[in-house]
Design a protein around this ligand. Structure first.
Ligand code: HXC
Length: 258
């Protein structure tokens, strides 16, 4: 499928989605978010896709929601469209793993989009920020909640109230990103990580994602109980038998997702 604001490439079992509005540093407009939803629908419907990588350009992952599209909107328009709520929920609801590969600016809605993914790999040039305060507004796609959970209250307040940017090293120290790679290796390293995930049991991958996400929503004892039950349930799948047999037989497992 051809998109106006995205480039989608298949890399074996990995779908690489590139945000592609270079004239606006990949600012998120309605069209881009609608197309991103369509690309996620297509990837989820394709049994050949087992992992996704979401990236931007070297200069910008995304410089935020499109300020030019937003600036004249009324409260009634924002409220009745539930501005970017449906798009955020669509990304959050994706059951296949999504890695954000971030180079350059990930600001405002761009930072929030990266945080909606399962984890973030950053290039040395990545700059993260929630600069909405400079526009007289606030993060609106989960930034006040997700950034606070990821980096803690003090740093989240600092970022959100001053609007300053974090470089990649600070983002890694703070726990926002999982690792930093050289800029010219970003997509290759993200694709390598995605290929590794794509080679695992897709059932076990989905359950692991559900559990890590549950850590943000539930108590420790309820989360640990849920983990134990889902761990037990994995023994109903052929993939568990295959994974353990492959270890014992000293061969590579062939996970079929059943
Ligand atoms: C629309 C944007 C944009 C944005 C950049 N552009 N960011 N257009 N919305 N968020 C456009 C510029 O207008 C310009 O187009 C072109 O991209 C290049 O940007 P420059 O500013 O010329 O580049 P540079 O000087 O290198 O500065 C880069 C930058 C700056 C620091 C990233 O562009 C910037 O501060 N952008 C805004 C960042 C921001 O405030 N993000 C939060 C948005 S609010 P023209 O045609 O003029 O040359 C948000 C709310 C989320 O995200 C919640 C929604 C529900």
């Amino acid at each position: 499928m051809a998109y106006e604001t995205l480039i989608v490439e298949a890399h074996d079992a990995v779908a690489l989605i590139r945000l592609n509005r270079p004239e606006a540093l990949n600012a998120l407009n309605s069209r881009l978010l609608e197309e991103l939803g369509q690309a996620l629908d297509a990837a989820e419907a394709d049994p050949g896709v087992r992992c996704l990588v979401l990236t931007g350009s070297e200069r910008a992952f995304a410089a935020g929601a499109d300020i030019k599209e937003m600036s004249d909107k009324s409260y009634a328009e924002m409220f009745s469209a539930d501005f970017f709520g449906p798009a955020a929920r669509r990304i959050e609801a994706c059951r296949k793993p999504i890695i954000a590969a971030v180079s350059g600016y990930a600001l405002g809605g761009g930072c929030e989009l990266a945080m909606l993914c399962d984890f973030i790999i950053a290039s040395e040039t990545a700059r993260f920020g929630q600069p909405e305060i400079n526009l007289g507004v606030m993060p609106g796609i989960g930034g006040t909640q997700r950034l606070t959970r990821l980096v803690g209250k003090s740093k989240a307040m600092d970022m959100i109230l001053t609007g300053r940017m974090m470089d990649a090293a600070e983002a890694e120290r703070a726990g926002l990103v999982s690792r930093i790679v050289p800029a010219d290796r970003l997509v290759a390293e993200a694709l390598e990580a995605a290929a590794k995930i794509a080679g695992q049991s897709p059932l076990a991958v989905m359950m692991n994602i559900e559990l890590v996400d549950a850590a943000y929503e539930t108590t420790l004892s309820a989360g640990v109980a849920m983990e134990r039950r889902l761990f037990h349930s994995l023994f109903a799948f052929e993939d568990q038998k295959e994974g353990m047999a492959a270890f014992i037989e000293k061969r590579k497992p062939d996970f079929r997702g059943r």
